[in-house]
Write a protein that binds this ligand. Structure first.
Ligand code: NAD
Ligand code: AHE
Ligand code: ZN
Length: 370
């Protein structure tokens, strides 16, 4: 079949809207009509050329929601008409990691996914006889996409696509990091570096679980109003306190250091600050931000010797097929706020504006509606 998609031909160039060829689903795969997709900072990261797994030409996008239109041989868990959210972290329920229940990092298809290919090492996308690569196993910047069955979460049908697409990455990443990865306790002091599409979801989950102080750190003061609405109690602007005094400012505000910090920027300097602002003896810092390929983090080992813990979180530690439908329920029950975070909605033809708004710091989340 043919479908409309935004194609990234090369790094740092605007996406172009093309009519491309899409081969149908093979065994164990499903064809999904994407109804809406968010634009996450990770899409911009890969487009920047700094992602070691970034391949071009590719169809980016990993924060979608849509409807199953066709299934390949042997598919049992979904059928045409089902509403689904694509999963860049699949859940096969059979690999060592899934069976361990210790991590959400399913290994079933990770290696081909990182090469921009389907599990049989081929691409379903092409344009004028040129292969176009998949991205993160999802490629939601295409009106139709093909996914492995294990990479879709079936969700309730009354949930609006243009809101729940955000659960495909940002919401689950932020909320999950608090609940699954850090297991923030009531009364904890929490610091969030980066008040964007991920950080604000960390903030709303921290409030939900009963955190005490929720301190936001960002260079852009225009993020403060939204962050306060979602639960931020204190704000630190590194340009006001001095970039080398951020750690001290947080230690002072928390009476000794944070119980939990979350880095939601992707900057190795703020990752270090996020660790070092944690409380001696038990403070945990969770790295969510994705740093450029080749970047490295550093700190004095003494920071760890004295009990601070450095952890990372991918997709909020969520097991997609199990946890994503629950988060959709939380949204539909009014337990989490998604609507206010979606500051811009646009048609596919205007997708480059979503990247511009992100880089200019003017949006929280932009959603493309097909
Ligand atoms: P965003 O652009 O919406 O937000 C980033 C925020 O960081 C902005 O508010 C910006 O003003 C602020 N910022 C930038 N540099 C700063 C600095 N030096 N000090 C303080 N604040 C600074 O991005 P997002 O969509 O929220 O994504 C955030 C990060 O999380 C990205 O690196 C993204 O790739 C990553 N991410 C990781 C996962 C995961 O599973 N681990 C999932 C989604 C996104
Ligand atoms: N290809 C990148 C990896 C980037 C990365 O860490 N991605 C996160 C999700 S970001 C979503 O917005 C993730 O899930 N990581 C676990 C994994 O298996 O990729 C790079 O830097 O090489
Ligand atoms: Zn993302």
């Amino acid at each position: 079949m043919q479908t409309r998609a935004a194609v990234a031909w090369e790094a740092n160039k605007p996406l172009t809207i093309e009519t491309i060829n899409l081969d149908g689903p093979r065994a164990g795969e499903v064809l999904v009509e994407i109804m809406a997709t968010g634009v996450c900072h990770t899409d911009a990261y890969t487009l920047s050329g700094l992602d070691s797994e970034g391949k071009f030409p590719a169809i980016l996008g990993h924060e979608g929601a849509g409807i199953v239109r066709e299934v390949g041989a042997g598919v049992r868990s979904v059928r045409p008409g089902d509403h689904v959210i694509p999963l860049y972290t699949p859940e096969c329920r059979q690999c060592k990691t899934c069976l361990s229940q210790r991590s959400n990092l399913c290994t079933a298809i990770r290696s081909t996914q990182g090469q921009g290919l389907m599990p049989d090492s081929t691409s379903r996308f092409s344009c004028s006889n040129e292969t176009v690569f998949h991205y993160m196993g999802t490629s939601t910047f295409s009106n139709f996409t093909v996914l492995p069955e294990i990479a879709v979460a079936k969700v309730r049908e009354d949930a609006p696509f243009d809101k729940i697409c955000y659960i495909g990455c940002g919401v689950t990443t932020g909320v999950g990091a608090v609940i699954h990865t850090a297991k923030v306790w009531p009364g904890a002091n929490v610091v969030v570096f980066g008040l964007g599409g991920i950080g604000l979801n960390v903030i709303q989950a921290a409030r939900m679980v009963g955190a005490d102080k929720i301190i936001g750190v960002d260079l852009n003061p225009s993020k403060v109003a939204m962050a306060k609405k979602f639960g931020m109690t204190h704000f630190v602007n590194p340009d006001e306190v001095g970039r080398d005094k951020v750690v001290q400012a947080i230690v002072d505000l928390t009476g000794g250091g944070a119980d939990f910090s979350f880095e939601c920027i992707g900057n190795v300097h703020t990752m270090r600050q996020a660790l070092e602002c944690c409380h001696r003896g038990w403070g945990e810092s969770i790295v969510i931000g994705v740093a450029p390929s080749g970047a490295e983090i550093s700190t004095r080992p003494f920071q760890l010797v004295t009990g601070r813990v450095w952890k990372g979180s991918a997709f909020g530690g969520a097991r997609g097929r199990t946890d994503v439908p629950k988060i959709v329920d939380w949204y539909m029950e009014g337990k989490i706020n998604i609507d206010d975070l979606i500051t811009h909605t646009m048609p596919l033809e205007e997708i480059n504006t979503a990247f511009d708004l992100m880089h200019e710091g003017k949006s929280i989340r932009s959603v493309v509606v097909f």
